[in-house]
Structures are given as C-alpha cells and as structure tokens.
Design a binder for this molecule. Structure first.
Ligand code: NAD
Ligand code: ZN
Ligand code: ZN
Length: 365
C-alpha cells in the first residue's frame, strides 16, 4: 500500500488522564517494526474492561494512552519478520497473545501465553503513537480506539475474508470470553442447570455458551431487568433480579433448583457477586467460573463451600487459545453456529466514543 513504510496521520480517541472523557485527536502512527503488523481499524467495540482501566484501575503513569481492545480491521503493512500476514488480510487484534512457542502455548491445558502483554515488562518503547509531540502509551498491546494501530503478530488473529468487520469485532473480547467460559472452562454438560450473573456482552455470551452446550435451565441474573429480554434471545429460561428478593440470591437460586445450580458464571467483576455465584452452586459437584475482572479487591467464601465439593475457577478470554479461537469463532458465526448481530445495540462513529462510554456506564446497552 502507498502508506507502507511511512508515518500515518489519523484520528484516535486519546485518554490523556484517568477518569476524564477521551479526546479525539490527530495522531501519528509509526510504521510497524520487527514482528509487528499495522492495522487499519474498521470497527471497534467498548468493553467494560476499558472502562475499568479508565475509571478505576490504571496507574497514572500508564497515561496518556489509547484504550480499546475489541476490534476488527485490515492489515495495512507489516514489519520485518512477519510472514503470516499480508496487506489486505482481515484481522482481529487479541489482548492475549498466542506465540505458539512458549510452554503455555504448547500445553493443551491453558490459553495463557508467556509472551502476553500482561506477562512482559514494558517501558514505553513499544509505542508507535505520538500526538502533539508526546508519546502515547499502548494499552494491552491493542489500542484499538484509533483509525490505525500497531500490534505484535503473536497477538493478531487472521480471519475469514468473508467476515463483516463491523460485526465480528465483538469476537475480539466479550463474546469469546463469555461463550468460552461456559463451553471451555465450566465445560457445561447437556441437561444441566446454569446461572449467569451479569448480562452485559460477556454474560449474554455465557448464556449462549450454556445453551450451545445443551443446558436445560439457564437462569439469568441481573439487577437491571431491561437485560432479561435480550437474555431470552440467547437462551435464558429463567430470570432473577436480586433487587426483588430480601434473602441472599444463593438461597433464591437453591430454592429454584433443588439445592443449587450445576454451573454458575460470574460476569460482573464484583467480588460480592463472585461469592454469590459460587454459593449458588450445588454442593458435591457445582462449578463456578469467575469471568469478571478486578485487581482491586479480594474475593472470599467460607472454606466449607469448597470442602463440600464445589469447584471455583477463573476464565481468561474464555479459555480460547486466542489466535486459533478467534478464527474459529468467526467461522462459527459465518456458519450461523453462534450469534453476533444480536449483541449490537448501537452503531456509532469514533467521534461519539464518549457517548458510547456513557451508555456503558449506565448499563444502557
Ligand atoms: N476474564 C476475561 O478475560 C474478561 C474479558 C472481558 C471482560 N471481562 C470482564 O467481564 C465483566 C463483564 O463485562 P461486560 O463488558 O459484559 O460488562 P457490562 O458492564 O456490559 O455488564 C455487566 C452487567 O452486570 C450487571 N450487574 C452489575 N452488578 C450486578 C449485581 N450485583 N448482580 C447482578 N448483575 C449485576 C449490570 O447490570 C450489567 O448488565 C467485566 O468485569 C469485564 O471487565 C473479563
Ligand atoms: Zn474486553
Ligand atoms: Zn506463548
């Protein structure tokens, strides 16, 4: 492409400081370096984890930055050493890498990768973004709230050229995370009873995963009852709003299910809900999966909950080996085996990103 090897000027939503609206700026994106891919982002979505970083968790030193990690685009150019990608390829950046070489990548037991952004020290030298003469720090290796981004090839999934990018961008995080948490991590069995706590994109995808795995009863739990109608579309059979009850939600679920659910999936990021989800499981074999993200609080339960046979697990990116999993999920969408379109409530431009964030803050999508 004509832009290969050159600096690209484009628009991006810059986070100058924590807890402040993003600012649409003109930025410069440097050419990709060794093992890197420069991607023209065609569509991006907002995930709760972006907000969590912006509003709660991210150290001041990690700003200014460009957030965003759920997107799809087209390869514009590649750096030296890149053989897997060519300009024009349709791709999805992934925040969890898959180097295929480390001991975790080589093991079928995990989707963690030793070279993932989270596992490696960063000093800012990986930044390919500048704005008004200042370096912008990359965010979990993806920084997708930009018209162009640069990503290491171990964190890019090549997808079917037939895939509509404005839809499959959602497979870059939320849908794979929730769906995989049910199918890969909980390993929901046919005929089982499940509960999903929190019905954002992640929770709705978990409902879809439970249904695909053959669950016969799927209880959708949310404090926002407006979410129940959507949950039904993905396969939820029962609906519980904790605000309608004056007893612990675990007791409500135990009464509905003769002692507790076989599988529960926590998709809120709230440690109180994580505990409720575990304690809603039946003793003896109940499995509860933590999907929600927080690094700020401890999670607690009485040991006897586990001693009696419950299992407590966590799931990162739905347990999918990221590059392989994203490509497979895009294929499953094209084959009409998983839903994606139904997750989309608003289509907005990059200029409207703060409106999108407000909608998410108030659970209005
Ligand atoms: N493990 C991973 O790899 C991974 C990946 C992506 C996102 N996440 C995390 O998953 C969580 C969900 O993400 P999302 O984008 O779907 O978020 P979201 O904000 O769209 O949805 C959260 C839902 O939880 C509901 N909720 C809040 N408090 C509740 C309570 N006490 N009881 C029941 N429901 C409650 C909200 O009403 C909302 O519908 C976040 O914590 C996010 O950071 C984890
Ligand atoms: Zn996410
Ligand atoms: Zn690896």
């Amino acid at each position: 492409m004509a832009t290969a090897g050159k600096v690209i000027k484009c628009k991006a939503a810059v986070s100058w400081e924590p807890n402040k609206p993003l600012v649409i700026e003109e930025i410069e994106v440097a050419p990709p370096q060794v093992n890197e891919v420069r991607i023209k982002i065609v569509a991006a979505a907002v995930c709760r984890s972006d907000l969590y970083q912006l509003l709660e968790a991210m150290p001041k030193d990690d700003f200014p930055t460009i957030l965003g990690h759920e997107a799809a685009g087209i390869v514009e150019s590649v750096g030296p050493g890149v053989t897997e990608f060519q300009p024009g390829d349709k791709v999805i950046p992934v925040f969890l890498s898959q180097c295929r070489e480390c001991r975790f990548c080589k093991s079928p037991k995990t989707n963690q990768c030793e070279k993932s952004w989270f596992n490696v020290q960063h000093d800012g030298s990986e930044s390919r973004f500048t704005c008004k003469g200042k370096k912008l720090l990359p965010f979990i290796g993806t920084s997708t709230f930009s018209e162009y981004t640069v990503v290491n090839q171990i964190a890019v999934a090549k997808i079917d050229p037939a895939a509509p990018l404005d839809k499959v961008c959602l497979l870059g995080c939320g849908i794979c995370t929730g769906y995989g948490a049910a199918v890969n991590t909980a390993k929901v069995e046919p005929g089982s009873t499940c509960a999903v706590f929190g019905l954002g994109a992640v929770g709705l995808a978990a409902v879809m995963g439970c249904k695909a795995a053959g669950a016969k009863k799927i209880i959708a739990v949310d404090i926002n009852p407006e979410k129940f109608e959507k949950a039904k579309v993905f396969g939820a059979t029962d609906f519980v709003n904790p605000k309608d009850h004056d007893k612990p939600i675990s007791q409500v679920l135990a009464e509905m299910t003769n002692g507790g659910v076989d599988y529960s999936l926590e998709c809120t990021g709230n440690v109180g809900v994580m505990r409720s989800a575990l304690e809603s499981c039946i003793q003896a074999w109940g499995v509860s999966v933590i999907v929600g993200w927080t690094e700020l609080h401890d999670v607690a339960t009485r040991p006897v909950q586990l001693v009696k046979g419950r299992t407590w697990k966590g799931s990162h990116f739905g347990g999918f080996k990221s590059k392989d999993g994203v490509s497979e999920m895009v294929k499953a969408y094209l084959d009409k085996k998983v839903k994606v379109d139904e997750f989309i409530t608003h289509n907005m431009t990059l200029d409207q990103i703060n409106d999108a964030i407000e909608l998410m803050k108030h659970s209005k999508w």
